[in-house]
Design a binder for this molecule. Structure first.
Ligand SMILES: NC(=O)c1ccc[n+]([C@@H]2O[C@H](COP(=O)([O-])OP(=O)(O)OC[C@H]3O[C@@H](n4cnc5c(N)ncnc54)[C@H](OP(=O)(O)O)[C@@H]3O)[C@@H](O)[C@H]2O)c1
Length: 284
């Protein structure tokens, strides 16, 4: 039986991914900031799949203390896959208890620390998937590399940049971790996934009108997706043999890999972000 950890597994893409993986011989840990919501999701999955190995554990990515407590709670468990799925939209503002922008920490820094803490417990060919977004390459603004402090401690958020950068950082993390694992001769796989625009999740707080959905479908078909399609793809990437050797890639709304933005392939930026992130989280 394989053990899968899904952050934000109680809702949207994470929940749909868990439902699908539950049909395989699996132990799934839903890592949720709201344990009651996680338990309700786990019950639904158990009843539907008959798989009773669905656990819920508390994880608040916006708290480095919570990330460490969650990782400690997994001591002794071998991990076959980590789905870094949880995220919040750029509509959220505020500074976390650790002093960072809430979008930066929830979408990126929390997962950075979580992954590094769990690496020693991962099986030889474990799979890590970082859920990014095509908004790392926003059609509304040309992202540029910039001073990290201005993202971590923003003074304003024109154009929703905090979300776009957090999703670009998911890619830098994916590519840099892949390089490091390969240099260490490890076979752990790490990839990124773009689920595309999915109307049926809670990311936008249920505020997506049918008109908006139709508009995106017509004007940006290359960014549009549907929740079941993206969830099928994530579940396959994490479970199927076909993906047992693919690493350092960006999957686009499917099991097909594509190139991410030119900016996302700057290895020097990825390295700078990695070094800065290590300092921000303290000792790993
Ligand atoms: N929907 C889209 O169109 C779209 C497009 C591109 C990328 N994505 C990405 O897809 C991923 C899944 O999003 P979704 O659309 O499925 O949205 P969703 O339904 O809102 O699910 C997000 C999940 O993340 C959890 N979460 C948020 N902050 C957290 C924290 N601090 N600690 C732990 N868990 C936290 C949420 O918990 P609660 O239930 O407690 O809020 C929820 O379970 C995200 O990374 C998102 O950026 C979505």
């Amino acid at each position: 039986m394989k053990t899968y950890i899904i952050t934000g597994g109680n809702s949207g893409l994470g929940f749909e991914t868990a439902r699908r993986i539950a049909k395989t011989d699996s132990h799934i840990i839903l890592a949720c900031r709201n344990v009651a919501k996680g338990q309700a999701a786990a019950e639904t999955i158990k009843q539907e799949s008959g798989n009773q190995n669905i656990d819920v554990r508390k994880l608040d990515l916006a708290s480095l203390r919570s990330v460490r407590e969650f990782a400690n709670s997994l001591e002794g468990i071998s991990i076959d896959a980590l789905d870094n799925n949880a995220g919040i939209s750029g509509q959220h503002t505020g500074i976390t208890e650790d002093g960072f922008d809430v979008v930066f920490q929830s979408n990126y820094l929390g997962h950075f620390l979580l992954t590094l803490l769990l690496l020693p417990q991962m099986t030889e060919q474990a799979r890590i998937l970082n859920v990014s977004s095509d908004m790392h390459n926003s059609p509304f603004v040309d992202l540029e590399w910039r001073d990290l402090d201005s993202i971590i401690y923003p003074t304003d958020d024109t154009m929703g940049l905090r979300y776009y950068y957090s999703k670009l950082f998911n890619l830098y993390f994916t590519y840099e971790l892949d390089r490091q694992l390969q240099a260490q001769g490890k076979e752990i796989l790490v990839n990124a996934f773009n689920p595309g625009f999915m109307a049926d999740t809670n990311l936008a707080g249920g505020h997506i009108t049918p008109e908006r959905i139709e508009h995106v479908k017509q004007t940006m078909p290359d960014r549009y997706s549907e929740l079941p399609l993206s969830a099928d793809a994530v579940a396959d990437i994490l479970t199927q043999k076909d993906f047992a050797t693919i690493s350092g890639q960006y999957f686009d709304r499917s099991t097909q890999t594509v190139q991410s933005s030119k900016l996302s392939y700057h290895a020097d930026h990825a390295k700078e972000l990695w070094e800065a992130s290590l300092k921000l989280v303290g000792e790993v």
